[in-house]
Design a protein around this ligand. Structure first.
Ligand code: AMP
Ligand code: MG
Length: 424
């Protein structure tokens, strides 16, 4: 299942960090040291390639465009036949439509009626827009002020034959798929999908379809994780709910690590619960338990179980989504072979709410970005920010990121927002 990885340095060798108060950026950096992307590739038709990651450069087999062609509807002429500051008259020798070229060579005093995309006839070097000519029968009159080569698209100006049109590591969006088709290439090599197994832990959890008994709640994390993994194009192995029982958990961890590249769990990493999970994971692999200096999402476990990467996310539903977006997303993209991984878009806008924030940790409050009638953007916070209130995620379209040292925010102050893009 996994790529034969070089033996990984022990996580305990990640020396210069404090697992009891790990900065968000530091945690990301430590995780990224351990990620080696998939290497196995498969050939797929471009129709089936949406969202997949290129395993090889796509080399253009042809010049695009293949010929010099017209960017306008108009007339193809020789610049030498035009008068700089007077009128010149031409005989229309024929037409060059897109797909139906003019087969002759332009002679002195001749022009060719040409449409956008039409191949520029031999002998012509300039296109004059139809709006700038006076046409009468097979004669056209053209004034001065034109430049040699105007309104021409040159052969190979988009892509040159033999050069990479797309690079390995690039994710295929509709634009890339169209571009590959424009080269006449029907199939591409893409990395295999990343296999991700996940389960929820907790005696209190039941899945939808089962009636909760007194004190039980519905599992929601498995469903948000399912959605986020689907959006990232992973192959998904949903292992259900596992009770807080060391034997059942051990079995689940082993089964997951044997079949998947990545194992994700939620719950069981907070103080108290962490202890027996910790012992178990120490036995099965190499896992560190971090208290990240962030809110929500403070407890997080990361490591390896056998060859599989392991992310132990907190139990609270909002914490799951925040830690997934801030840590797991980039890790999965890297493991999937994506290169480069663009940072999530973030920018600063005025915040219309007053925000409570204690210095000492990074906060990811849930916000709603809106545009007013004059076109200016601002953000407000979604009401209650408790880490169990999933509605705050559902109402939000961005995170308001308040950095470690920042304190309370007064209405009108600028804050950093990160758009929840494509995953959440
Ligand atoms: P834990 O980290 O396991 O102590 O869980 C923290 C909180 O999140 C508790 O209130 C749990 O009931 C809740 N929780 C844990 N797992 C889930 C889940 N899969 N879906 C919904 N809530 C959960
Ligand atoms: Mg629990």
């Amino acid at each position: 299942m996994n790529e034969p990885a070089a033996s990984l340095p022990a996580i305990s060798c990640a020396d210069d960090y404090d697992p009891n108060s790990m900065a968000v950026g530091k945690a990301r950096e430590v995780i990224s040291r351990f990620l080696s992307p998939v290497t196995t590739a498969e050939r797929v038709h471009i129709r089936a390639a949406l969202g997949r990651v290129l395993a090889q450069d796509v080399i253009s087999p042809l010049d695009v465009p293949a010929h010099d062609n017209s960017a306008m509807d108009g007339y193809a002429v020789r610049i030498a036949d035009l008068k700089a500051d007077g009128q010149a008259t031409f005989k229309v020798a024929g037409t060059a439509f897109a797909g139906v070229p003019f087969s002759g060579t332009l002679k002195t005093g001749e022009c060719v009626r040409i449409m956008t995309g039409g191949v520029v006839p031999a002998g012509a070097d300039t296109i004059v827009m139809q709006e700038h000519v006076e046409a009468k029968g097979d004669q056209v009159t053209i004034g001065g002020g034109h430049k040699k080569g105007q309104n021409l698209r040159r052969a190979g100006e988009d892509l040159k034959a033999g050069e990479p049109a797309l690079r390995r590591g690039q994710v295929l969006r509709p634009a890339e798929i169209g571009l590959i088709a424009s080269l006449g290439i029907p199939e591409v090599m893409v990395y295999r999908r990343l296999r991700v197994a996940f389960f929820s832990t907790g005696d209190e959890l039941v899945s939808v379809g089962t009636l909760p008994k007194e004190g039980q709640i519905y599992d929601s994390n498995r469903y948000t994780i399912h959605g986020m993994l689907t959006r990232l194009g992973c192959e998904i192995i949903d292992m259900g709910v596992v009770r807080d029982d060391p034997q059942l958990l051990e079995q689940a961890f082993q089964e997951a690590a044997a079949t998947a590249d990545v194992v994700i769990t939620s719950g069981g990493v907070s103080v108290g619960e962490a202890d027996f999970v910790k012992d178990l994971l120490n036995k099965l692999g190499e896992v560190v338990f971090w208290k990240i200096a962030m809110k929500p999402g403070r407890p997080l476990a990361y490591g390896k179980i056998g060859k599989a990467h392991f992310f132990g996310l907190p139990g609270n539903p909002v914490s799951v989504m925040v830690t997934f977006y801030q840590f797991v997303r980039d890790a999965l993209l890297k493991l999937s072979g994506r290169d480069p991984i663009a940072p999530l878009p973030a920018f600063r806008v005025p915040c219309t709410s007053s925000l409570k924030k204690a210095p000492g940790r990074t906060e990811f409050q849930r916000g709603v970005l809106t545009q007013d009638a004059t076109g200016n953007w601002s953000v407000r916070v979604t009401g209650e920010q408790g880490s169990g209130i999933l509605r705050s995620m559902s109402e939000a379209n961005c995170f308001i990121i308040l950095s470690t040292d920042q304190g309370n925010v007064a209405p009108g102050a600028l804050v950093e927002v990160q758009v929840m893009e494509g995953v959440i």
